[in-house]
Design a protein around this ligand. Structure first.
Ligand SMILES: Cc1cc2nc3c(=O)[nH]c(=O)nc-3n(C[C@H](O)[C@H](O)[C@H](O)COP(=O)(O)OP(=O)(O)OC[C@H]3O[C@@H](n4cnc5c(N)ncnc54)[C@H](O)[C@@H]3O)c2cc1C
Length: 410
């Protein structure tokens, strides 16, 4: 650990601003590292969970499930994630479709589905067991000022802190990302996503469905029994009308858009609506700071990649911070290296999610025809699907290496 003369004046080696899914995962990954870590979260624990610990269903890939198990988070879930054993992709009005089965790819499941609220609860339970973690909530980091040896922080409770490294994990509209000059680019998809749990007349058999329609994609994620986590994309100008629909009319609309593959859809739970945006930080790192998770990139959820990618951000950083002989957790060379390691996985995942969100909104007949042909070919030649499946299962060399390190340390 660092031994310079200013060490006394530094309160923490790492301060994580934002205790959402990604910031909390990083705090778990740093447990036992010997680093002095603080996690600062704006919402009050228990009474008012972080905003993203809501009813959204998260499809987690194999790598994420394994990582959350190594981090000791999965044992705190009340029920095991529902397994995704197959994926079915189709496009309304086109003849092609893709069917992926886990057994064809030598695995027992592509991943699992958990409710964000339950995963948030499991993370909070795991954080309670972290030794030496300073958990400050509710508290908000208001200002951050990089200095030569540390990042100076001021909080909304009037306190001040100095940290070797500030991890910016404060979500999509990250004020710290902007304040520290990392910058961001924004694209509004002009869509609103409706999320709700529904029940279907037929068994889903662990298949996750994705159906592309002119108005945007619809997805059904398998849950326990005949329940499914439904995701319905609606053009922004129609969102208010859809919010106002009675449950029966909403189910009718969902049925119309999804079709009858699972028989009649019945019983819809509470609906939540989310505006769809793509936000990317221009730079992932700056002097004594690094952005992770939604603060680094907020993706269209249709590819189910946001948390999966954010978790790989967190693991890769934890790997670097846990490396033997670490001198300074906020050293510029360490941060630059982190940005380089994350670049390929980030670019690949952004392209995949954005491509999915945009490609299927083309209305021109030749594009639709080619797309149908593409899906048909994809379904026919399983070699075409392999790289996509590998990517979707979350393979990234550096995150895998970091996970090996964590497993050895556990
Ligand atoms: C409908 C929907 C479905 C999704 N489905 C999937 C899926 O299937 N698979 C998947 O991998 N991903 C999915 N995602 C994405 C996933 O939810 C996000 O990627 C994930 O929540 C990002 O976590 P985060 O910790 O980076 O940000 P957040 O969860 O937004 O957390 C940020 C936290 O920072 C706190 N905060 C803000 N400002 C401050 C401050 N100044 N100081 C201290 N704290 C602060 C906030 O209170 C908040 O708790 C989905 C998203 C949506 C909207």
């Amino acid at each position: 650990m660092h031994t310079d003369v200013n060490a006394q004046a530094v309160d923490f080696d790492v301060v994580i601003a934002g205790g959402g899914l990604v910031g909390s995962s990083l705090a778990c990954a740093l447990d036992g590292s010997g680093l002095r870590v603080a996690l600062i979260e704006a919402s009050a624990p228990r009474q008012q969970s972080p905003p993203s610990f809501d009813e959204r269903n998260l499809a987690l890939n194999r790598f994420s499930l394994e990582a959350l198990s190594v981090l000791g988070v999965l044992p705190h879930l009340a029920s095991a994630p529902a397994r995704i054993r197959g994926v079915h992709v189709s496009c309304a009005g086109d003849f092609g479709r893709v069917r992926l089965r886990c057994e064809d790819h030598g695995v027992d499941a592509f991943g699992g589905v958990v409710v964000a609220r339950e995963l948030g609860g499991a993370l909070q339970a795991r954080l309670d067991a972290c030794s030496g973690l300073a958990l400050r909530a509710p508290a908000r980091v208001l200002h951050a000022q990089p200095q030569a040896e540390a990042m100076a922080l001021s909080l909304d409770d009037g306190s001040a802190l100095r940290a070797r490294l500030l991890v910016i994990a404060d979500g999509s509209d990250s004020a710290l990302r902007e304040q520290l000059g990392l910058g961001s680019e924004h694209h509004d998809y002009g869509q609103t996503l409706f999320v709700s749990v529904v029940e279907a007349a037929r068994e889903h058999a662990g298949i996750a469905y994705e159906r592309f329609t002119d108005e945007g994609p619809v997805a059904m994620l398998p849950l326990a029994g005949r329940r499914l986590g439904s995701v319905l994309t609606i053009a922004r100008e129609r969102a208010d009308a859809v919010i106002a629909l009675a449950d029966a009319d909403y189910l009718e609309l969902l049925q119309q858009r999804f079709g009858w593959r699972l028989g009649r859809l019945q019983r819809v739970g509470r609906r939540s609506a989310y505006p769809m945006r793509l936000i990317t930080a221009r730079q992932l790192v700056g002097p004594r700071c690094v952005a992770l998770g939604n603060a680094a990139q907020t993706l269209h959820p249709i590819g189910a990649q946001g948390f999966n990618l954010g978790l790989r951000d967190a693991l890769t950083l934890a790997g670097a911070l846990r490396a033997p002989g670490l001198a300074d957790p906020g050293a510029s060379a360490l941060l630059q290296r982190h940005a380089e390691l994350r670049a390929p996985d980030r670019a690949r995942t952004l392209d995949f999610s954005d491509g999915l969100a945009r490609l299927f909104t083309h209305r021109a007949a030749p594009v639709r025809w080619l797309r149908g042909l593409g899906l048909a070919a994809f379904d026919h030649f399983s070699d075409l699907a392999r790289p996509m499946v590998r990517g979707a299962m979350g393979h990234d060399l550096h995150a895998e290496a970091a996970l090996r390190l964590l497993r050895e340390a556990a």
